[in-house]
Write a protein that binds this ligand. Sequence first.
Ligand SMILES: O=C(O)CCC(=O)C(=O)O
Ligand SMILES: [Fe+2]
Length: 332
Amino acid sequence: MFKLVFKQYKSKIPSPDLTEVINIDDCAVRGNDQQQSDNNVVQRLCISNVESLQTMPGIISPKDWRSYTLPNHPGIIVIRNPFSERGRRYWIARCLRDYPRTPNIVNLNERLFDESIRSDWWKQLSLCSDGDEFQRIKSAMRWTTFGYHHNWDTKIYDEEMQSPFPEDLNSLCRLFAQALGYSEFKPEAAIVNYYPVGSTLSGHTDHSEPNKSAPLFSFSFGQTAIFLIGGRTLEEKPTAIYLQCGDVMIMSGESRLCYHAVPRIMKIQTSANPLVIDEVVDDEKIRCNFMDKDLYHDVGDPKFWEPFSSYMADSRININVRQVLNPGELKL
Ligand SMILES: O=C(O)CCC(=O)C(=O)O
Ligand SMILES: [Fe+2]
């Protein structure tokens, strides 16, 4: 069932019927707390400790977060874009400019790409003036891993295979973990997935982590994905939901080990973002969340932002963060 639904949403001709895809914004517009279609239901989730949360630059006030659960998929939580415009830009720029750099691992093949590109992809892309070569380099980036490096072949993490986990991303994950009652959550491994429009991620479960009970945090930026969430086997029919720019999805509890996939990226967003953004920047909060202060300022400058905006015009980025170790363990 999962594979059939995946194929339908992936299909170019005929283009898929999207009427059953859950759009969280429809719930908000309707003014009631539920979206009912034939068998999919979305329910508003109240986060009780919003007053006590230490927030972070680039994140709107927790009392304004719109959080939802999918009662048919217990453990799935979606927080609809809790980022400010500047916040989204900051994380997009981190994912493009900084994370795909040595010592982090990237997918770029050594037979196809020079060491200079494999060690600092965005810089080399920015320096490239040949149109075809630019396109080749741009579309080749599909993932980078850091913290404990995910091993795609063996699916086994290795104590010797890791690079530092970025402190700012650590703060971001801990903020959402805290909000949802997972104050012991430790972000230890991340995959950043890059999806040019037209690319997909087929059905899988994430079970490489020795700790399979800690939640998984997923941040989506850029173009909209159709995300499929299924059950513990491929037999169950998955639910389709749009993940839009800024959405935070948490796979916790029962859903942590469920099948999921991205059959389609929809080019929806134009670059009609406001060009100049005004947000009071609290330098002290930037420092104590280990954010890159210069970058946080720079992304508000239209000229600085232009190459990032242009990349995102036909791409989606997903940051996928997991805890690897069990409580009390210090290494694998
Ligand atoms: O792109 C997404 O939303 C999901 C990515 C994912 O499932 C993974 O990296 O394991
Ligand atoms: Fe996954």
